[in-house]
Design a protein around this ligand. Structure first.
Ligand SMILES: [Zn+2]
Length: 226
């Protein structure tokens, strides 16, 4: 995959992009344009893909902002083929830290979706809507999807971190890790199933990745490793 390219710092966080993003972006544009490769469609799809990756970037910056609340620095935010990740200076120690930091990412997407929804509906009723607003509706739905998907309670999704922290208040940590690990595997199979039935492009790739990471977590929990 090579090493990610540094784009400089934003709010004290190093921003990096993996070149695989370009590959995924190109596939998205080709898939989105379909059988109508007019210049306008290509530009529309490219605009959508840029805004989609911007939404993923803001999701990760949401985590970084959540971490800062507890004095935890973020070493970098990196965009890559499966989305993005924020590398924190240290792991959250207390459950409340883990919950707030994990929730801050999806919450950012839900906030963007909410703001876009209010803006677009009021602009539409005022008769201001035009062609390019269709792209913004797509971005609204993408953010809604990103927020809800990441809140599913399976590891390694953000919702899995939240569920693990909550479960660990009542159960031994190993049991909590196993439960969210198994839910992560189930969510992975759900994505693959949705992809195969045509409902969710990229579900196969994301689903396999989830199953892989969740299985590693299950093995680590069983062995008492972190
Ligand atoms: Zn996240």
């Amino acid at each position: 995959m090579g090493s990610p390219i540094d784009l400089g710092k934003m709010f004290g966080v190093q921003v990096r992009v993996d070149l695989t993003v370009l590959l995924v972006a190109a596939i998205f544009v080709v898939m989105g344009v379909g059988e109508n490769p007019t210049l306008r469609n290509v530009l529309d799809e490219a605009t959508y893909v840029v805004l989609l990756f911007l939404s993923i970037f803001l999701h990760e910056m949401g985590h970084a902002a959540g971490a800062r609340l507890f004095g935890i620095s973020t070493l970098n935010v990196t965009l890559t083929f499966f989305g993005g990740y924020a590398q924190l200076g240290k792991q959250p120690q207390r459950a409340i830290e883990d919950i707030v930091i994990s929730f801050a990412g999806p919450a950012t997407n839900l906030a963007i979706a909410g703001l876009l929804y209010v803006w677009l509906t009021s602009a539409t009723s005022a008769g201001l809507a035009n062609h390019s607003w269709g792209i913004l509706w797509q971005v609204m739905y993408a953010n809604l999807f990103l927020g809800l998907l990441n809140l599913l309670p399976g590891f390694p999704l953000d919702g899995g971190h939240i569920a693990r922290a909550v479960l660990a208040m009542f159960l031994p940590l190993t049991t909590a890790r196993l439960i969210v690990g198994y839910i992560g595997v189930a969510v992975g199979f759900l994505f693959i199933g949705l992809d195969l039935t045509g409902g969710f492009g990229f579900g196969l790739l994301i689903g396999m990745l989830l199953i892989l990471v969740a299985s590693q977590e299950i093995q680590a929990a069983r062995a008492g490793r972190f």
